[in-house]
Design a protein. Structure first.
Length: 267
């Protein structure tokens, strides 16, 4: 009997959160957890096409199974976040003076004495947080809620409402794109023999150029909805459960108007 990939994805989250919250940074259990998460990831990838018949959902589930696996390597094994220290064990010396900033960021979420609830909340918060916003470990070029006021963050009710609408919109767009796919048209315009473009330039019809252009737009739109949709789904769950605050979940994408160079596009 095969396990549903969504349950495997959920198992990855639980294992990652439990080990981060309850195992100290040097515990050998962390290496054992890596094996469990790897097996869950592998089974999730191999069973997604069977249970999730729409390729968009299968690729999303498999993709985020891989994301959690590498995120676990980062925070549990390399930087070694733990509940006891409330910060990475591998903290560079130049950030020692900023420990208190990290403590203030994590404290409202996890430091509730040494209760199992506090440890579990810390583990879940660390599992869902990938950009470490508002800490010395924040990744570069994180978009802000407001360009005029970098410190602005919406209230929790407004954030939950807007995020829920975003998740719903992303789901509807992805579902419509997948349901409207025409296999015959895909075979006609995107088959292997049609891969060369410039070599067949004189034989390419206007319809094929239009289909290639619309296909490229569809890929961009699908990528934005899939990545942004899952990011907002995690943000929604974290805020509904009180694991994090809206300020910890700034917009996933910045303004398209700022992507005027290759560096800013990838940044």
């Amino acid at each position: 009997m095969k396990t549903h990939p969504i349950l495997l994805l959920f198992s990855e989250v639980i294992v990652c959160a439990t080990i981060l919250g309850f195992a100290n940074s040097q515990s050998p259990i962390r290496l054992g957890g890596l094996l469990i998460i790897f097996l869950c990831m592998w089974k999730c990838i191999t069973t997604c096409p069977t249970y999730l018949v729409r390729s968009a959902w299968a690729s999303l589930a498999g993709g985020y199974a891989v994301t959690i696996f590498f995120h676990y390597i980062d925070i549990a094994l390399l930087s070694q976040w733990s509940f006891e220290t409330n910060m990475p064990a591998t903290e560079p010396s130049q950030l020692k003076d900023e420990y208190e900033s990290v403590r203030r960021w994590k404290s409202p979420l996890a430091k509730e004495g040494s209760s199992w609830k506090g440890k579990l909340r810390f583990g879940l918060s660390s599992t869902f947080t990938t950009r470490f916003c508002g800490t010395p470990h924040e990744v570069r070029n994180v978009p802000r809620f407001s360009n005029s006021d970098p410190n602005y963050a919406p209230s929790r009710p407004r954030f939950i409402r807007d995020t829920a609408l975003t998740v719903l919109l992303c789901y509807l767009i992805l579902d419509a794109m997948d349901a409207g796919a025409n296999p015959a048209m895909v075979h006609e315009y995107f088959s292997e023999q049609n891969i060369p473009f410039f070599r067949r330039f004189h034989d390419i019809s206007g319809n094929e150029i239009l289909m290639r252009a619309s296909g490229g737009i569809g890929v961009i739109l699908g990528l934005m909805c899939s990545q942004g949709g899952f990011y907002n789904l995690f943000a929604l769950i974290s805020n509904v459960l009180g694991l994090s605050a809206p300020k910890d979940w700034p917009p996933f994408y910045g303004s398209p108007l700022e992507a005027y160079s290759l560096r800013r596009f990838w940044g």
